[in-house]
Design a protein around this ligand. Structure first.
Ligand code: SF4
Ligand code: SF4
Length: 345
């Protein structure tokens, strides 16, 4: 079944039945218009309608905040074991911006030398997308980066068409879910027409949020290396690292050793790190190539709109708006882009 329908009053059943088969994570409300992907065993608290992007993106399942890479025991020779921690799971309710974030991470971690831990974990995760049919809030810029419509990267994809969800079943994992949960039925021509109407309506609601074309973004940044905009960010940014922690396409990490008290056994692990923190910017000998916060912010923006765009032919900003929502200094991604555009008008 490539196109299926599930009635809205069956979504609870769907999640409950799926959770019997495997772990299920889904967006739940955490108050004050904050949402979080959490483990659920039924659809009771699951948000299947509008929600603004969760505080942390699904990257927390693909690349855990702390992850053991190696365990060693030197009691009898050099005994070291690589560790890969993973679990089979389904993530329900992934928006198109977060699907784009996962696609970006997949590209980065598949490059040689491939990141085996990430890739093994990725293969155990089933992704069930959920289309936004309203704008989440004013901080989103998903249309600018062409992420407001589905563009693959999922096993199943739900679109609200009124009393039911239209479901695109894209992979075998998706088909197996259809068979096991038994709450779906075939889509027909009237359902297709409803889907077309939803997409037509979206054209009126979702439009370019920033006055620049997608393909012009790298050129804008090419001209902007010495911009005064970075001086402005330099005076405001407090280097908390919130913007990189919440970003679905930031993946920098530090590797640390943790020997036990005997010093003969222990583990090596990695944890999220941030280009916004000073220790991360330092290299051997204590030299720092990006001493000022403005230079670190510039680097963050260039990673999203220039360097990665040049290398992978797509921006690594998904337009989710998380960095703006999480910034304690009220540094706003759309305002930064507008300021750069104004400078070069
Ligand atoms: S830079 Fe900001 S808007 Fe872009 S993907 Fe990262 S968190 Fe989302
Ligand atoms: S969240 Fe804001 S203040 Fe914190 S490092 Fe990022 S831009 Fe700077």
């Amino acid at each position: 079944m490539q196109y299926a329908i599930i009635n809205k009053d069956k979504v609870d059943d769907f999640i409950t039945r799926l959770a019997v088969q495997e772990k299920v994570y889904a967006p739940v409300a955490r108050g004050y218009d904050n949402y979080s992907f959490e483990e659920v065993t039924s659809g009771k608290n699951v948000v299947s309608g509008r929600y603004i992007p969760t505080i942390l993106p699904p990257k927390k399942y693909f690349m855990p905040q702390r992850e053991t890479l190696l365990e060693y025991n030197l009691t009898e020779g050099q005994n070291m074991n690589a560790v890969v921690e993973y679990e089979k799971m389904a993530i329900f309710g992934v928006h198109t911006c977060d699907l784009a974030g996962i696609q970006a991470m997949n590209m980065v971690f598949s490059e040689k030398p491939a990141d085996i831990n990430y890739l093994i974990r990725k293969n155990k995760i089933t992704i069930i997308g959920l289309e936004c049919i309203e704008y989440c809030d004013q901080n989103a810029s998903c249309t600018l980066v062409h992420n407001h419509l589905p563009n693959g990267g999922y096993d199943m994809f739900f679109t609200d068409i009124g009393d039911s969800f239209f479901v695109h079943v894209a992979t075998q994992a998706g088909e197996e879910i259809i068979e096991k949960t038994k709450v779906f039925y075939d889509a027909d021509a009237p359902h297709m027409r409803l889907l077309e109407q939803v997409r037509e309506r979206k054209k009126k609601i979702f439009h370019d949020e920033v006055p620049i074309e997608y393909h012009e973004l790298p050129e804008l940044f090419q001209k902007s290396f010495d911009s005064k905009v970075w001086d402005n960010l330099d005076s405001r940014c407090i280097a908390c690292g919130n913007c990189t922690a919440v970003c679905p396409t930031c993946y920098c990490f530090d590797v640390k050793e943790e020997p036990d008290l005997s010093l003969v056994q222990g583990k090596r692990y990695r944890i999220w790190d941030s280009c916004q923190s000073e220790p991360f910017a330092k290299v051997s000998g204590g030299e720092s190539f990006r001493k000022m916060q403005g230079a670190r912010q510039r680097h963050r923006y260039f990673r999203k709109f220039k360097y990665q765009f040049d290398k992978y032919s797509r921006p690594h900003c998904t337009g989710c708006g998380r960095c703006t929502r999480a910034c304690m200094a009220k540094i706003n991604l759309k305002e930064t882009l507008n300021a750069l555009i104004a400078e070069h008008a």
